[in-house]
Design a protein around this ligand. Structure first.
Ligand code: TPP
Length: 450
C-alpha cells in the first residue's frame, strides 16, 4: 500500500502494516482528533472519551467499592455458584487433589530436610496449592509458563516428578541448571516452563516478550498453534518497576499473556497493608487497560474457571493480556531463612489454617460428592510421602554435575580466561588432594582436564 493511500485512511483504528511480518495490527493513533461543536466529550490524545464536568472533584479511591472476589465453592466445600458444573471427571478431580497433596507433603519433608542440613534452602507453598495446580490444569501443555518461586504446583501439574524436584533441590546430575542455581529454582524445557529467577519480577517483562513473540509467530504463520503465556508473581513483586513495564507493554502490544498474581498477604515480612494503598493488584490491571478478575485462590474451581476464560480471552482478536488476582494466605514462613513469628501472630496463622485451606476445601467437595473418603486420603498421603522420601534418598546418592560445568554455558566455547581459571582449580585440587571430595562430582577432577 502506498503512503498516500494510507494517509487517506482514518488515523484512528487504521490497519498498520507491520514491517516485520507484512501483516496488520490494530492500533489506536492519537492524532487527527475531531471535535464537534458543543460536544460533551473531548478526545484528548491521552484520554479519548473523557466527559466534561463542572464539578471540582478528586476521585477518592476509598469511596469506590472494593472489587469483588469470584468463588465457586465456599470454605465448607459447598457450591455457591449454582450455574457451576464440573468440566472434568471425578478421576481428573482426584488427580488435581493428589497433585496439591503431593506438593504439600513434599513441602513439609523438604522444610524439615533443610532444618536437618540435608538441603541448603527451601520455600513452602502451603495455602497456595490451588492457584498453581488449578490454573496450570486448564492451560495447554504448550502454553509457556513463567514462575516466581512458589509455584511447585505448576511444575507438578505439568508432569514434574519427585526425581525432577529432588535433582534440582540437591543439585545433582539430574539438575538441568547443573547446580548453578539455588534450590527451588526449577525449570523445564520439555514442560515449557522457564527457569525460576531470584530477581523479583524479572519474569514479568520476559513473559510479555514471550507472548509478543507467540503473537508474531502466528502472524507469520497463521497455521501455528494458538498459545498463551502464563506468568505467576506475588503481590510483593508487583511493587517492582518490571511489573508496570510488563503490564503496559502487554496492553499496548496486545500480547496473549495471563498475569496470575498470588496475593498471599505478605512480601517476606511486609504485610499488604504496608505494601500498597490501592485495591490490591487487580485495580492496577484495570489501570493499564487490562481485563481483570479477582478470585478466591483457595477455591480451585474458581481458579480453573477464571483461568479457562482468561485463556480464551487472551487468544481472541489476535491476542490481549488478562490479569487474575488470586487471594490466598501464605501459611508458612517466607522461606527456610525466615521466621515469620517475628512479625505476625501465631494465632493469625492458626486461624487461617483452621478457617480456610485449598486442600480441605476441595476434599470436602469431593467427600460430599462421594468420590473421596478417609481411607483414600490416608492412602494418597502415604503414597506421596513414600514417593518423595524415596526420590530424596536416591537423589542424595547421585553424583554432583561435573566440576567443569561451572565454567560452561556462558560462552559457546570456553574463553582463554575461563580455561586458565579451570586449570588453576585443577592445580589446587592436585596440590591439596585431601582437602576436597572430588569423588562426589561426576568424572572427578578429570572433567577439568578435557
Ligand atoms: C529485585 C529483588 N528485590 C528483593 C528481593 C528479595 N525478596 C525475595 S522474595 C521477596 C518478597 C516477595 O514477595 P511476593 O512477591 O509477595 O511473593 P511471596 O514470597 O509472598 O510469594 C523479596 C523482597 C529479590 N529477590 N529481588
Amino acid at each position: 500500500m502506498k503512503c498516500r493511500t494510507l494517509a487517506r485512511l482514518s488515523l484512528r483504528h487504521r490497519p498498520l502494516l507491520h514491517p516485520a511480518v507484512g501483516g496488520t495490527l490494530q492500533v489506536r493513533a492519537a492524532s487527527n482528533l475531531s471535535q464537534r461543536p458543543d460536544s460533551t466529550h473531548l478526545s484528548f490524545p491521552g484520554a479519548l472519551k473523557s466527559a466534561f464536568t463542572s464539578t471540582l472533584k478528586f476521585e477518592n479511591p476509598e469511596t469506590r467499592p472494593t472489587l469483588p472476589t469470584y468463588r465457586v465453592v465456599d470454605q465448607h466445600g459447598v457450591v455457591v455458584d449454582q450455574s457451576f458444573e464440573p468440566d472434568i471427571s471425578d478421576e481428573k478431580v482426584i488427580e488435581l487433589y493428589k497433585n496439591m497433596l503431593f506438593v504439600s507433603v513434599m513441602d513439609l519433608i523438604m522444610f524439615d530436610a533443610q532444618r536437618q542440613g540435608r538441603v541448603s534452602f527451601y520455600m513452602v507453598s502451603a495455602g497456595e496449592e490451588a492457584v498453581s495446580v488449578g490454573s496450570t490444569s486448564v492451560l495447554d501443555h504448550e502454553d509457556v509458563i513463567f514462575c516466581q518461586y512458589r509455584e511447585q504446583g505448576a511444575f507438578r501439574q505439568r508432569g514434574f516428578t519427585s526425581r525432577d524436584f529432588m535433582g534440582q533441590l540437591l543439585a545433582n546430575v539430574r539438575d538441568p541448571s547443573r547446580g548453578r542455581n539455588m534450590p527451588v529454582h526449577y525449570g523445564s524445557k520439555e514442560l515449557n516452563i522457564h527457569t525460576v529467577s531470584s530477581t523479583l519480577a524479572t519474569q514479568l517483562p520476559h513473559a510479555s516478550g514471550a507472548a509478543y513473540a507467540l503473537k508474531m509467530q502466528r502472524l507469520r504463520d497463521p497455521s501455528a498453534k494458538p498459545r498463551v503465556v502464563a506468568v505467576y508473581f506475588g503481590e510483593g513483586a508487583a511493587s517492582e518497576g518490571d511489573f508496570h513495564a510488563a503490564l503496559n507493554i502487554a496492553a499496548t502490544r496486545s500480547c496473549p499473556v495471563i498475569f496470575i498474581c498470588r496475593n498471599n498477604g505478605y512480601a517476606i515480612s511486609t504485610p499488604t497493608l504496608e505494601q500498597y494503598r490501592g485495591d490490591g493488584i487487580a485495580s492496577r490491571g484495570i489501570g493499564y487497560g487490562i481485563e481483570t478478575i479477582r478470585v478466591d485462590g483457595n477455591d480451585i474451581w474458581a481458579v480453573r474457571e477464571a483461568t479457562k476464560k482468561a485463556r480464551k480471552m487472551a487468544l481472541e482478536g489476535g491476542g490481549r493480556p488478562v490479569l487474575i488476582e488470586a487471594m490466598t494466605y501464605r501459611v508458612s514462613h517466607h522461606s527456610t531463612s525466615d521466621d515469620s513469628f517475628a512479625y505476625r501472630a501465631r494465632i493469625e496463622v492458626e486461624d487461617w489454617k483452621r478457617r480456610d485451606n485449598p486442600l480441605t476445601r476441595l476434599r470436602k467437595w469431593m467427600e460430599a460428592k462421594g468420590c473421596w473418603d478417609e481411607v483414600k486420603e490416608k492412602e494418597a498421603r502415604d503414597s506421596a510421602r513414600k514417593d518423595v522420601l524415596k526420590a530424596f534418598s536416591e537423589a542424595e546418592r547421585e553424583k554432583k554435575p561435573p566440576m567443569r560445568a561451572m565454567f560452561e554455558d556462558i560462552y559457546e566455547d570456553l574463553t582463554d580466561d575461563l580455561k586458565s581459571q579451570m586449570k588453576e582449580l585443577k592445580d589446587i585440587l592436585d596440590k591439596y588432594p585431601d582437602e576436597y571430595e572430588v569423588g562426589e562430582f561426576e568424572g572427578g577432577k578429570e572433567s577439568l582436564s578435557k
